[in-house]
Write a protein that binds this ligand. Structure first.
Ligand SMILES: O=C(O)CCC(=O)C(=O)O
Ligand SMILES: [Fe+2]
Length: 364
């Protein structure tokens, strides 16, 4: 057990309603075999309909993720001060605990957020074994990201199959990041169907994100009909998220997916996830690719650069609709009919909140 100083906001970690698993059919989360002949069409279909898919046959040896898992767990087991000394407090890069971003978002997790350039991970004082594992893993997951970006371009029918990949992979100044999230079991006894928020609902702002987790559940995605679908963990696969930037680059054809994480309850295994974010260079113009536009089609967004979008995102809360201020046609992002905001969260009854406040432990 490691004592860490919890921020004052710890008691405000919200409870969220766990979706009833049997309400969402397993096929709600598409699977794409990245090596199959029809992969490009399947990738684009998944990006249009769900904004999320499970990628198999990706070619990354399991041992790379396992090595990183071992190194990351050893790092997170260190005393809080050592973790801070080694990586600095997340601002936004570095080590963070329970607090996400600068605007009051909290969750039951600790994390490392690292910048990743072509062949190195910017975290010079991390333990050498962890650093090496991070570098090997990143080199491999970057290839998966690149392959998916090529498949998206192919599936959209673009002549230049490399147009999206080029924005990220090998591009001077690209903004690739790796986040390592650790969700220890939470001692709060959440009532009924509630769970404690590990990572609150949000969309990823980048082009795509490539996620891999251990066997612990917790990730959920929001389907177009408003239901939250649990994502069964599978350490052999990668999960691909469409980010806000791909939504804009395709003028809304691919849609960024809302997702969130429920922390594991006490007695369960910690969840450990690695997310590689495909961010372009700061000066990259984010606007619908001319080739995806039909004749006479209007852009749904006013043009911006990745740098502008990223700074705007840093000023918002996780759940904010970050593309909102850039939309020219607001209606395109209205909640689908039948979507009930009330189903997203625990009802916040007095009993619920009291129980949470009494039981949140400040030590794990
Ligand atoms: O930890 C996870 O499984 C997902 C976290 C996430 O969505 C993120 O870091 O952007
Ligand atoms: Fe995310």
């Amino acid at each position: 057990m490691v004592a860490i100083t919890a921020p004052g906001s710890i008691e405000q970690i919200p409870l969220i309603l766990r979706p009833k698993t049997n309400a969402v059919e397993p096929a709600a989360i598409p699977t794409v075999d990245l090596s199959a002949p029809g992969a490009a069409a399947a990738v684009v279909d998944a990006c249009r309909t769900v904004g999320f898919f499970r990628a198999t046959n990706h070619g990354v040896p399991a041992r790379l993720a396992e090595k990183l898992e071992a190194g990351a767990m050893a790092f997170f087991a260190l005393p809080g001060q050592d973790k801070l000394d080694m990586s600095g407090a997340a601002r936004p890069l570095g080590y963070g605990s329970k607090s996400i971003g600068r605007n009051g978002d909290v969750g039951w997790l600790e994390y490392l957020l690292l910048s990743v350039s072509s062949n190195s991970v910017a975290a010079s004082s991390l333990p050498p074994t962890l650093r090496m594992a991070l570098e090997e893993y990143t080199a491999a997951v970057r290839e998966v990201g690149g392959r998916v970006l090529e498949l998206v371009a192919e599936g959209l029918g673009l002549v230049d199959r490399d147009v999206l990949r080029r924005m990220v992979i090998g591009s001077e100044g690209s903004d690739e990041m790796l986040r390592v999230n650790h969700y220890p079991p939470c001692p709060v006894l959440a009532p009924g169907d509630c769970g404690v928020t590990g990572f609150g609902e949000h969309t990823d702002p980048q082009i795509i994100s490539v996620l891999r987790s251990n066997c612990a559940a917790g990730l959920q995605i929001k389907l177009r009909d408003g239901r939250w679908a649990p994502v069964p963990p599978d350490p052999r696969c990668f999960f691909i998220n469409v980010g806000d930037s791909l939504q804009v680059l395709t003028n809304g054809r691919c849609r960024s997916v809302k997702h969130r994480v429920v922390a594991p309850p006490e007695g369960m295994q910690s969840r450990l996830s690695f997310i590689y974010f495909c961010g372009p260079a700061s000066s990259q113009r984010i606007a619908p690719l001319p080739e995806v536009m039909r004749e006479g089609e209007q852009s749904l967004y006013r043009e911006f650069t990745w740098g502008e979008y990223k700074s705007a995102a840093y000023k918002t809360r996780l759940a904010d609709h970050r593309l909102g201020p850039f939309e020219l046609v607001r209606a395109s992002n209205k909640l689908p009919a039948g979507e009930l905001a009330a189903t997203d969260h625990c009802n916040g009854s007095a009993a619920c909140i009291l129980q949470q406040q009494q039981e949140v432990a400040q030590v794990y």
